[in-house]
Design a binder for this molecule. Structure first.
Ligand SMILES: [Zn+2]
Length: 143
Protein backbone atom coordinates (compact mmCIF):
# COMPACT_ATOMS: atom_id res chain seq x y z
CA UNK A 1 0.00 0.00 0.00
CA UNK A 2 1.30 3.46 -0.85
CA UNK A 3 0.84 6.65 1.15
CA UNK A 4 -1.73 8.15 -1.24
CA UNK A 5 -4.06 5.16 -0.94
CA UNK A 6 -3.57 4.99 2.82
CA UNK A 7 -4.45 8.69 3.22
CA UNK A 8 -7.54 8.15 1.10
CA UNK A 9 -8.74 5.28 3.28
CA UNK A 10 -7.97 6.89 6.65
CA UNK A 11 -11.51 8.19 7.24
CA UNK A 12 -13.11 4.85 6.45
CA UNK A 13 -10.50 3.11 8.63
CA UNK A 14 -11.23 5.46 11.54
CA UNK A 15 -14.94 4.78 11.26
CA UNK A 16 -14.33 1.03 10.99
CA UNK A 17 -15.93 0.79 7.54
CA UNK A 18 -13.04 -0.93 5.72
CA UNK A 19 -13.22 -4.59 4.74
CA UNK A 20 -10.92 -6.88 6.72
CA UNK A 21 -8.13 -7.16 4.10
CA UNK A 22 -7.95 -3.42 3.52
CA UNK A 23 -8.05 -2.72 7.25
CA UNK A 24 -5.01 -4.95 7.86
CA UNK A 25 -3.12 -3.26 4.99
CA UNK A 26 -3.85 0.22 6.38
CA UNK A 27 -2.81 -0.89 9.87
CA UNK A 28 0.46 -2.31 8.54
CA UNK A 29 1.18 0.90 6.62
CA UNK A 30 0.41 3.05 9.66
CA UNK A 31 2.84 0.94 11.67
CA UNK A 32 5.64 1.49 9.12
CA UNK A 33 5.03 5.03 7.79
CA UNK A 34 5.53 7.89 10.24
CA UNK A 35 3.89 10.47 7.95
CA UNK A 36 0.67 8.51 7.53
CA UNK A 37 0.58 7.63 11.24
CA UNK A 38 0.95 11.32 12.04
CA UNK A 39 -1.84 12.38 9.70
CA UNK A 40 -4.06 9.61 11.12
CA UNK A 41 -3.32 10.97 14.58
CA UNK A 42 -4.24 14.51 13.44
CA UNK A 43 -7.49 13.31 11.82
CA UNK A 44 -8.41 11.48 15.03
CA UNK A 45 -7.64 14.57 17.11
CA UNK A 46 -9.75 16.81 14.87
CA UNK A 47 -12.68 14.39 15.13
CA UNK A 48 -12.27 14.39 18.93
CA UNK A 49 -12.43 18.20 18.95
CA UNK A 50 -15.55 18.15 16.79
CA UNK A 51 -17.18 15.61 19.11
CA UNK A 52 -16.32 17.74 22.16
CA UNK A 53 -17.86 20.84 20.57
CA UNK A 54 -20.99 18.95 19.65
CA UNK A 55 -21.32 17.74 23.24
CA UNK A 56 -20.84 21.28 24.63
CA UNK A 57 -23.46 22.77 22.33
CA UNK A 58 -26.16 20.37 23.49
CA UNK A 59 -25.81 21.37 27.15
CA UNK A 60 -29.16 23.15 27.78
CA UNK A 61 -28.27 24.32 31.29
CA UNK A 62 -25.27 26.34 30.15
CA UNK A 63 -27.40 29.07 28.56
CA UNK A 64 -29.72 29.13 31.57
CA UNK A 65 -26.83 29.43 33.98
CA UNK A 66 -25.17 32.20 31.96
CA UNK A 67 -28.43 34.17 31.73
CA UNK A 68 -28.97 33.78 35.49
CA UNK A 69 -25.45 35.04 36.11
CA UNK A 70 -26.03 38.06 33.90
CA UNK A 71 -29.30 38.87 35.65
CA UNK A 72 -27.60 38.55 39.02
CA UNK A 73 -24.88 40.95 37.92
CA UNK A 74 -27.47 43.46 36.70
CA UNK A 75 -29.37 43.15 39.98
CA UNK A 76 -26.21 43.74 42.02
CA UNK A 77 -25.36 46.79 39.93
CA UNK A 78 -28.87 48.19 40.43
CA UNK A 79 -28.65 47.67 44.18
CA UNK A 80 -25.28 49.37 44.19
CA UNK A 81 -26.63 52.38 42.33
CA UNK A 82 -29.53 52.78 44.75
CA UNK A 83 -27.14 53.75 47.52
CA UNK A 84 -25.49 56.86 46.10
CA UNK A 85 -23.68 57.82 49.31
CA UNK A 86 -20.43 56.41 48.02
CA UNK A 87 -20.79 57.96 44.57
CA UNK A 88 -21.90 61.42 45.71
CA UNK A 89 -20.11 61.97 49.00
CA UNK A 90 -17.29 59.57 49.59
CA UNK A 91 -15.72 59.71 46.14
CA UNK A 92 -15.22 63.52 45.97
CA UNK A 93 -14.06 63.43 49.57
CA UNK A 94 -11.48 60.76 48.81
CA UNK A 95 -10.29 62.66 45.74
CA UNK A 96 -9.85 65.95 47.63
CA UNK A 97 -8.14 64.23 50.56
CA UNK A 98 -5.72 62.47 48.24
CA UNK A 99 -4.95 65.73 46.39
CA UNK A 100 -4.30 67.50 49.72
CA UNK A 101 -2.06 64.64 50.83
CA UNK A 102 -0.14 64.79 47.54
CA UNK A 103 0.42 68.57 47.89
CA UNK A 104 1.49 68.18 51.53
CA UNK A 105 3.94 65.41 50.67
CA UNK A 106 5.31 67.50 47.80
CA UNK A 107 5.90 70.46 50.12
CA UNK A 108 7.55 68.21 52.70
CA UNK A 109 9.95 66.72 50.15
CA UNK A 110 10.68 70.17 48.79
CA UNK A 111 11.61 71.37 52.28
CA UNK A 112 13.85 68.37 52.84
CA UNK A 113 15.98 69.21 49.81
CA UNK A 114 15.94 72.96 50.42
CA UNK A 115 19.17 74.18 52.04
CA UNK A 116 18.47 75.25 55.64
CA UNK A 117 20.53 78.47 55.53
CA UNK A 118 20.73 80.60 52.40
CA UNK A 119 24.01 80.31 50.61
CA UNK A 120 25.14 83.71 49.49
CA UNK A 121 28.38 82.59 48.06
CA UNK A 122 30.01 85.84 47.13
CA UNK A 123 33.15 85.65 45.10
CA UNK A 124 36.22 86.24 47.24
CA UNK A 125 37.13 89.37 45.27
CA UNK A 126 33.86 91.05 46.28
CA UNK A 127 34.76 90.92 49.99
CA UNK A 128 37.88 93.02 49.38
CA UNK A 129 36.02 95.72 47.46
CA UNK A 130 35.66 99.06 49.09
CA UNK A 131 32.02 100.02 48.71
CA UNK A 132 32.60 103.47 50.07
CA UNK A 133 35.00 104.24 47.26
CA UNK A 134 32.55 103.10 44.61
CA UNK A 135 29.50 104.91 45.87
CA UNK A 136 29.93 108.03 47.88
CA UNK A 137 27.32 108.65 50.56
CA UNK A 138 28.12 112.33 50.42
CA UNK A 139 26.76 112.52 46.92
CA UNK A 140 23.30 111.46 48.09
CA UNK A 141 23.32 113.69 51.14
CA UNK A 142 23.78 116.77 48.99
CA UNK A 143 20.59 116.20 47.04
ZN1 LIG B 1 2.48 6.47 4.28
Amino acid sequence: MNCQLCQKELDAYREGLLPEGMRVQVENHLGNCIECAESFHLVSLSYQVIEEERRLRTNPFLVTRIMAGIEELAQNRENHQRSPSYQKVLKPLLISVSIAAAVFIGVMFGNIYLPTHPTNNLPVEMTYMNDAALESVDLFSQL
